[in-house]
Ligand binder design. Sequence first.
Ligand SMILES: C[S@@+](CC[C@H](N)C(=O)[O-])C[C@H]1O[C@@H](n2cnc3c(N)ncnc32)[C@H](O)[C@@H]1O
Length: 226
Amino acid sequence: MRVRAEFSRSAESYEHYSIIQQRVANKLVRSITDMPQKILDIGCGSGTVFKAIDWELEHFRALDFSESMLSNHPASECVTCQLADFNDIKTLEAIEGDFDRIISASALQWATNLDTVFASIAALKAPVSLAIFTCNTFQSLYECAKLKPILRCSDEVVTLAKKYFDAHYEVVTYTLEFESSREMFRYIKKSGVSGGRRVLSYKQTKRLMQEYAHNYLEFEVLFICS
Ligand SMILES: C[S@@+](CC[C@H](N)C(=O)[O-])C[C@H]1O[C@@H](n2cnc3c(N)ncnc32)[C@H](O)[C@@H]1O
């Protein structure tokens, strides 16, 4: 439940601190050319994907397990919000209705069992547009702290995804610059990118803030589009 707590805590500031996630969602939506009418958005948050769509929709089903993130999702006649956990195997299995496309932006890195989640998504038999953060996110920071990355590597995710999706795979690296290390660490806290995993104590974080020699953070994202 720590991931949920982290996103619920950061829901209010998410919009402000989600610059990379917004770029990811925009790239994902721009890559969709068939203007799907019925969409399922898994881990929708406060609606970054929905806001990036500029064509008419018949039905947009927005699924997230954070009530506060969902409460910030735009309302519209075509939008149905669903409070649910994609790690609960019954959630995706119970989804009825046919979708023209399944989208998930910056959320599935928190899948406990990604194989099972991919299998449930594939069972919905719709084309997919998925963007998943991978292990070189915060690479320099992890190297400086001598920590192992907490996210899966892109090769591992591609191997899993190829079992289920005949798709195009692309790994994109983003960097975000900061004016000070204080601002950088505030960003990590407020954006929810750590997913609630507190791997460093207060003292260790303080030391890392002094020792980290860069003014940027890296983000690595795997795009899976079929
Ligand atoms: C980084 S945000 C991305 C939100 C949105 N898709 C975007 O592009 O801005 C990740 C979202 O995934 C949701 N999430 C994480 N784990 C989840 C789970 N197990 N079930 C449902 N939603 C989850 C979080 O609550 C959060 O809203």
